[in-house]
Design a protein around this ligand. Structure first.
Ligand code: NAD
Length: 374
């Protein structure tokens, strides 16, 4: 039996606890059927932590996160906390986790499952077979840069400030993740910025180019402006293999890529830090989607993005590639069998066409796992 792995679960807000519940069932299944055991702890984050603990992530939860082998997060936020002060907002909990764990590289695969080609808003020939990864810089750039704030000017009007800032090491370490990932895939990296209008973009392009020449000349490198990349992602997304970009552009481009694959409800992500002295890589796994307050508590959420995030965790943090494959194949199976939550129901489906609940989707996945593991 493999030694127990320390997994911290942070369900969060809205649909977070609903989708995380389905991961719990798979964790139990793995314990029974695969002899893979996790020491699972669960803590609050986001709005739930604000309500119960007075802040979006407590120091004791941070300690648990720092000691865990991997963290799995549902989602944070919702209208209930719209009025709380900025520093206490649910999203600050997520930003602190990313910052304190130094998770500088966010991997967002955009994969179009065969059975979901029709669920995409794009034409089948545009998305069929799509398999790309966006590597987003996660701890720098305009979301963290100083100075920042809102100030009142002498004439009584106000000014909001955020600063886009990147350094050579920040650019190199995230580009290195992208080049290494590309080597295991189709060996192509497209680096994305706005060097036509931003000095930070000029630096980004120059530093990626230098790193490429010094260490990764075997990988094909191209550059693209972020606005063009947004267009290309909906025009011809299959031209890409690995895209590497900054925090702000990565945030938006990965959501654009999401639509190519059918739904935010299908998209997993991994955020990785630097290898420490013991060889451990801090890692946080989470679906790309948010807390979906419009459907929270109704059993309508698609749990597959979170389950696929768990599969990424098995692969990247625990070296359990076979188990990750098993879950991904089971996802293919449940989709091929026609199981659909509302978000991935085919556009134009007959009114009232049956959709499954969060729990039914989880149940179908367990049944598929049983069949695959038989
Ligand atoms: P969202 O991702 O929560 O929802 C966007 C749309 O997609 C909604 O219509 C929602 O119902 C649908 N959707 C999302 N996930 C789904 C799923 N698993 N199954 C079925 N449908 C799904 O984005 P939003 O509405 O812009 O934000 C809602 C809240 O979530 C806000 O408070 C926002 O700040 C927060 N948020 C959190 C994260 C995070 O925790 N990582 C990410 C994005 C947004």
């Amino acid at each position: 039996m493999a030694s127990n792995k320390k997994l911290l679960m942070l369900p969060g807000d809205g649909i977070g606890p609903e989708v995380m519940g389905e991961v719990r069932r798979v964790v139990d299944w793995m314990d029974k059927r695969r002899a893979v055991s996790f020491d699972v702890e669960e803590r609050l984050v986001g709005g739930a932590a604000i309500d119960a603990e007075g802040g979006p992530v407590s120091d004791s939860t941070m300690e648990k996160a720092l000691a865990a082998d991997a963290v799995l997060l549902g989602a944070v936020g919702g209208p209930k906390w719209d009025e709380v002060p900025f520093e206490l907002k649910p999203e600050r909990g997520l930003l602190r986790l990313r910052k304190d764990l130094e998770l500088f590289a966010n991997l967002r695969p955009a994969l179009c499952f065969d059975a979901l080609v029709e669920a995409s808003t794009l034409k089948p020939e545009v998305v069929s077979g799509l398999d790309i990864v966006i590597v987003r810089e996660l701890t720098g750039g305009v979301y963290f840069g100083e100075p920042r704030g809102i100030e009142t000017l002498p004439d009584g009007t106000r000014r909001g400030i955020n600063t886009q800032v990147y350094t050579t090491p920040e650019i190199h370490r995230v580009a290195r993740v992208a080049f290494e990932l590309a080597r295991k895939r189709n060996n192509r990296v497209c680096s994305v910025e706005k060097c036509n209008v931003m000095e930070s973009g000029v630096l980004w392009r120059e530093e990626v180019t230098k790193l490429h020449a010094d260490e990764f000349a075997d990988v094909e490198l191209s550059h693209m402006l972020a606005d063009n990349c947004a267009m290309q992602l909906v025009r011809a997304p299959k031209q890409f293999d690995v895209i590497v970009t900054d925090n702000l552009f990565g945030d938006m481009l990965s959501d654009a890529a999401a639509m190519a694959t059918g739904s935010l409800g299908m998209l997993p992500s991994a955020s990785l830090g630097a290898t420490d002295a013991t060889g451990r890589i801090p890692a946080l796994y989470e679906p790309v989607h948010g807390s979906a307050p419009d459907i929270a508590g109704q059993g309508k959420a698609n749990p597959l993005a979170t389950l696929l995030s768990f599969a990424m965790m098995l692969r990247y943090s625990f070296d359990l590639g076979d188990d990750a494959d098993l879950i991904e194949q089971a996802v293919q199976d449940v989709l091929a069998a026609g199981n659909r939550t509302g978000d991935i129901a085919a556009p134009g489906a007959a009114p009232g066409a049956a959709t499954v609940s969060t729990e039914q989707m989880g149940g179908a996945l367990l049944a598929a796992l049983d069949r695959r593991a038989a």
